[in-house]
Write a protein of this length. Structure first.
Length: 468
């Protein structure tokens, strides 16, 4: 229709029909026909083609009445079943044309929009997000964050996290709730695998992530998950992540991660305490004063929150978690246990046996208590077995111990066990850090042997009898 309009303009400008045909790229015959027709009054090409009956008629048109009657009787009938019925009536065309016809005739159900709003202290929303950040120096980094928002006051908290595991979720959730002054009736989440492992088609969860479930019980948090097909719920949670991305990450530039953290704190203060919320027209901090009395205190504070993880005491008397080995009494070997994972420590319970360790974070680093090492050596029969177990416990100190003992064994292949016995006594009396440091100094100075370790430590420590 716009091409026809172009031809009309050229004709009105006084151009000859042959000239108009050349300028517009339309045949002379078409130009002559357009000149005799009424002026163009719309630009709907499809409607005009239908009016002029241009093109080959579709075979599906003859079945339009039948399809309409079927949909009138059963509006929700599957399109595949409609195709089967019209084929029985003689339709031989393709399914694409019929599907398009069904889509145009099927009645549209208009569902009212239900806003997912909350009362004071009723709901909070929580979700993970990730964004690719390019720093001013050109370096790029993928940033993971966890966002929380009280639904009524719109008070927002955002924390950068190292990953999107269940521990990151639970610990950050506890920190956000504590910063608000308590927990609402329900915390609303999307449906990540860190929370729900299996669910039915109607949205009912059939298997929760046990670590998450126990943590919510400890905190006293009520949980509600968004059902994937309820846009009013799911969209509300996802809009929280979109809000953080659009109003913070996409409109700011950062020198480095430290600058990003500082700007995040400034942005939180701005959106919570200075700028009215677009949804309510009120500064969130003002509404938070009204909402805080409706929040309930957490049953456990973030620093005391422990994740319960089922573990097993292995044949070496250790429990392995996240690549770190933690010692247990030898009597607990082969027993099922529960590891209580705190932010900075772990507690392991296996029946009546219990142990507590400082939590390890460095790769392959473990923790072995002196009483466990002694009990394990005592439980091994035979002098040879005890010595090799002592040597293994020394080797667990890491790379300095491996290099130190390798030199001793090769220099004194028939008497290395004497050094092992004495080094093991130092380990038991002074701990792994002191012995590891002494071994590193011995390697630097190429002074090898238990005697030299004892002498180097003599100025700082008093050895128990039998070690000097």
């Amino acid at each position: 229709m716009l091409k026809r309009h172009e031809v009309e303009i050229l004709l009105k400008a006084g151009h000859a029909k042959t000239e108009v045909a050349r300028l517009s790229g339309v045949s002379l015959r078409s130009v002559k026909r357009i000149a005799e027709e009424s002026p163009v009054g719309h630009v709907d090409d499809v409607a005009e083609r239908r009016k002029r009956q241009i093109g080959r008629p579709s075979t599906v048109v003859t079945f339009r009445k039948q399809v309409g009657e079927i949909l009138l009787e059963a509006p929700g009938l599957a399109t595949l079943e409609i195709l089967r019925r019209v084929r029985e009536s003689g339709y031989q065309g393709g399914k694409t044309a019929l599907y398009a016809l069904v889509a145009s005739l099927r009645p549209k159900l208009a569902r009212p929009l239900v806003r997912f709003e909350g009362l004071p202290g009723e709901f909070s929303q929580h979700d993970f997000g990730e964004v690719e950040v390019e720093f001013i120096n050109g370096a790029r980094q993928r940033i993971h964050f966890f966002a929380s928002r009280l639904k009524y006051s719109r008070f927002v908290r955002v924390s950068l996290v190292k990953d999107e595991t269940v521990e990151s979720l639970v610990r950050t959730l506890a920190e956000h709730l504590a910063s608000w002054g308590g927990r609402p009736l329900l915390c609303v989440f999307d449906r990540p695998k860190t929370i729900a492992l299996k669910w039915r088609k109607n949205g009912e969860v059939t298997e929760w992530n046990p670590v998450f479930a126990y943590a919510t019980l400890e905190m006293g948090v009520g949980v509600e998950l968004c059902w994937p097909y309820r846009a009013q719920q799911k969209g509300s949670v996802e809009n929280l992540v979109g809000f953080v991305k659009s109003s913070f990450f996409k409109v700011r530039r950062f020198h480095d991660e430290e600058d990003l953290q500082q700007q995040r704190r400034d942005w939180e203060r701005e959106v919570n305490e200075e700028r009215p919320c677009r949804a309510t027209g009120i500064i969130p901090a003002v509404r938070l004063v009204e909402e805080t009395p409706r929040l309930r205190a957490l049953k456990v504070q973030p620093q005391e929150l422990a994740l319960r993880i089922p573990v097993y005491v292995g044949p070496t008397g250790t429990v392995l978690h996240d690549g770190h080995a933690y010692s247990m009494p030898p009597e607990a070997i082969s027993m099922p246990a529960t590891l209580y994972l705190y932010a900075q420590r772990v507690r392991i319970v296996a029946g009546r046996y219990e142990a507590e360790h400082a939590r390890k974070f460095a790769a392959y680093e473990g923790s072995s208590l002196a009483e466990h090492r002694a009990a394990l050596v005592a439980a091994v029969s035979g002098k040879r077995g005890k010595r090799y177990l002592k040597r293994q416990q020394l080797l667990e100190l890491g790379e300095p111990a491996i290099r130190y003992l390798t030199e001793i064994v090769h220099r004194r292949p028939r008497h290395w066990f004497e050094d092992v016995d004495r080094l093991h006594q130092i380990l038991q009396s002074h701990g792994p850090e002191v012995l590891r440091r002494a071994m590193e100094e011995g390697l630097q100075q190429q002074i090898l042997g238990a005697f030299y370790v004892e002498r180097s430590l003599q100025a700082e420590f008093s050895f128990p009898q039998g070690v000097q």
